[in-house]
Design a protein around this ligand. Structure first.
Ligand code: SAH
Length: 213
C-alpha cells in the first residue's frame, strides 16, 4: 500500500470515528475509490483531507464527508440504476458506481462539456462504468429512467419535478436545495404519487445552472 492509499484509509477511519459514515457499502466504496486520481495533479497531496477541492471551470469536488453523507442518504444497493446530476470530476459517480457494481448502472448529466469530457475519459481509464451525458440536469436523463435513486451535486432553488418523476416509487432523491442558504434534502417518492421530504442540515454547493445562462 503506498502513502496515498494509506492516507485514504486513515481518512475513512476518521470519518467512521466521527460517525460520518453509516452504511458498510459506503465505507467500502470510500476505501476503494482513489480520490487522488480525480483531482488536479497539484492537489494530489490534499486529496485525503476532508475538504472540497477545485477541479477547474470554477467548480469544486465536495468534501469526502459530504459524499459519504449523500451516499448514506441515497442508500444505493448492488444492481441499482442511479441518476447523478453534476458529474464534475467524476469522483462521486465513481463511489456510486463502486456500490451498484457490475449489475448496476450510473448515468451522470453534466452541463459543462469540458468537465464531462475529462470525467468520461478519467472514469473510463480507471474502469468505472459510468455513462456521462452532456446536458442540463433540470431535464434529468429520461432515456434511462426509471431510476432506483437520483442525486444532485449542484444546488437548485427547488428539486426539479422532472427528476423526481424519473425515480421509481420508494426511491430517494438527494440534493442540496436553496440559493444562499442551502439545506441537504432527501425526498422519497411514495407509491401513491406523493413525496416525503426530510431536511439533513445546512450545506454549501455550487448553484445549479440553466444551460442557457
Ligand atoms: N459530484 C462532483 C461534484 C461536482 S460540482 C464530483 O464528484 O466532482 C457540481 C457540478 O454540477 C459542476 O460540475 C457543474 O458544472 C454541474 N452543474 C451545474 N449546473 C448543472 C446543471 N443544470 N446540469 C448538470 N450539471 C450541472
Amino acid at each position: 500500500m503506498d502513502a496515498l492509499d494509506r492516507a485514504r484509509h486513515d481518512l475513512v477511519d476518521r470519518l467512521i470515528e466521527a460517525d460520518r459514515i453509516e452504511r458498510q457499502s459506503t465505507e467500502r466504496a470510500m476505501r476503494a475509490v482513489p480520490r487522488h486520481a480525480f483531482v488536479p495533479d497539484e492537489r494530489r497531496e490534499a486529496a485525503y483531507r476532508d475538504r472540497p477541492l477545485p477541479i477547474g471551470e470554477g467548480q469544486t469536488i465536495s468534501a469526502p464527508h459530504m459524499v459519504a453523507t449523500m451516499t448514506d442518504l441515497l442508500a444505493p444497493d448492488a444492481g441499482d440504476r442511479i441518476l447523478e446530476v453534476g458529474t464534475g470530476c467524476g469522483y462521486h459517480a465513481a463511489v456510486t458506481s463502486d456500490i451498484v457494481g457490475a449489475d448496476g448502472t450510473v448515468h451522470s448529466v453534466e452541463v459543462e462539456p469540458a468537465l464531462a469530457e475529462r470525467a468520461r475519459e478519467r472514469l473510463d481509464r480507471l474502469g468505472y462504468d459510468v455513462h456521462v451525458h452532456v446536458g442540463d440536469g433540470h431535464a434529468g436523463w429520461p432515456n434511462a429512467a426509471p431510476y432506483d435513486g437520483a442525486y444532485l451535486t449542484c444546488a437548485p432553488e427547488s428539486i426539479p419535478d422532472t427528476v423526481v418523476e424519473q425515480v421509481r416509487p420508494g426511491a430517494h432523491v438527494v440534493a442540496p436545495v436553496g440559493r444562499r442558504r442551502q439545506e441537504l434534502v432527501r425526498l422519497t417518492r411514495r407509491a401513491d404519487g406523493g413525496v416525503d421530504r426530510e431536511s439533513h442540515g445546512g450545506v454549501r454547493f455550487v448553484p445549479m445552472r440553466r444551460s442557457d445562462s
